[in-house]
Design a protein around this ligand. Structure first.
Ligand code: MLT
Length: 315
């Protein structure tokens, strides 16, 4: 009886707009997938509005902390990414426990990254870029979205592969970082194709390579070589995004959100928008909470040692 009462108590959920926290600045890749997803979730969640709240800073950990501490009522959710798996190794005073303070809903997508540069860089391809990097050691500015961001992880691996230390310039997201790259204030950046495709197509940035082991199939990026084939053997980074709620959110609410997510991931409009920018929509077991959580735990164990070996701490 209690279970029935409980589920009926939430039969009307959601009865008011749901806040979806994006832990990076508006206009970046995390914001992009959140807004596309919010659009696709609306109908399956009974038409309620899903309001995006951008809470940037500290490589995504401020936004994640806000949701970890929010009321577990289903009205505050988090759209986050691989930073869930790298932040535990980067922050010694993280304000939340990744595997204990969140309810895991489904994994949403995976997005490749591109290595891009300011148009005034005297390099027309990756080979010329690596020569320029070699010749300008100590003077290279690499933009990212803070320690814990996807751009940070990719940039860290890139520096390790080249054995070249670069000055990293952190932003509250790769949207503001892109503004400075377009202005030539920074030299290069590793960023997700959802944010770089239009800039590359319009020639406002130079594109040198993609970070996945297979070349992409989108028209704009299909001709880019992979870093792996360009000499950085085994370089392989793609950025997953997932949906989270505060620990303790009632199961009937979680079930409703997860059911709505599965419908949203099958929404042709959502798939078309995302795939046009190189994203791959998840349609395997990781759309289920338990498998999603297992996947993130494996990612924490995969990236933790890499991050620790770099000896970079954010605090
Ligand atoms: C990242 O580098 O983590 C993201 O691109 C940040 C963002 O979404 O702006």
């Amino acid at each position: 009886v209690a279970a029935t009462l409980a589920s009926s108590a939430f039969a009307e959920y959601p009865e008011k707009p749901v806040t979806l926290v994006v832990p990076f600045a508006a206009g970046g890749p995390t914001d992009k997938v959140a807004r596309d997803l919010a659009e696709a979730l609306r109908k399956p969640l009974g038409g309620q509005a899903i309001v995006i709240e951008n809470v940037g800073g500290a490589g995504g950990t401020l936004g994640a902390t806000k949701v970890a501490k929010a009321a577990p009522d289903g009205y505050t959710l988090l759209l986050h990414h691989i930073g869930m798996a790298t932040s535990p190794a980067l922050y010694r005073t993280l304000q939340y426990k990744t595997l204990e303070d969140f309810e895991y809903l489904g994994l949403v997508n995976e997005v490749p990254m591109t290595l891009i540069g300011k148009t005034t860089l005297p390099a027309a391809n990756y080979a010329e870029l690596s020569k320029w990097l070699e010749a300008n050691k100590g003077k290279i500015n690499l933009a990212n979205a803070g320690l814990g961001s996807a751009s940070h992880l990719c940039g860290l691996l890139f520096q390790q592969s080249l054995k070249i230390d670069m000055t990293t310039v952190p932003y509250k997201g790769t949207a503001p970082a892109m503004t400075d790259l377009l202005g030539g204030q920074v030299d290069i950046m590793c960023d997700q194709t959802t944010n770089t495709t239009s800039q590359i197509e319009s020639g406002k940035v130079k594109a040198f390579a993609v970070t996945t082991t297979k070349r992409l199939t989108t028209p704009a990026l299909g001709k880019l070589p992979t870093l792996d084939e360009s000499g950085l053997k085994g370089f392989n980074v793609s950025i997953w995004h997932g949906l989270y709620a505060p620990k303790g959110t009632p199961k009937p609410v979680l079930d409703k959100i997860n059911a709505a997510l599965k419908l949203a991931l099958k929404d042709p409009e959502f798939d078309k928008r995302e795939e046009a920018l190189g994203a791959v929509i998840i349609n395997d077991a990781r759309v289920n909470p338990a498998d999603h959580k297992k996947f993130v735990e494996a990612e924490i164990n995969k990236w933790g040692p890499v991050i620790k070996a770099a000896g970079q701490y954010a605090d």
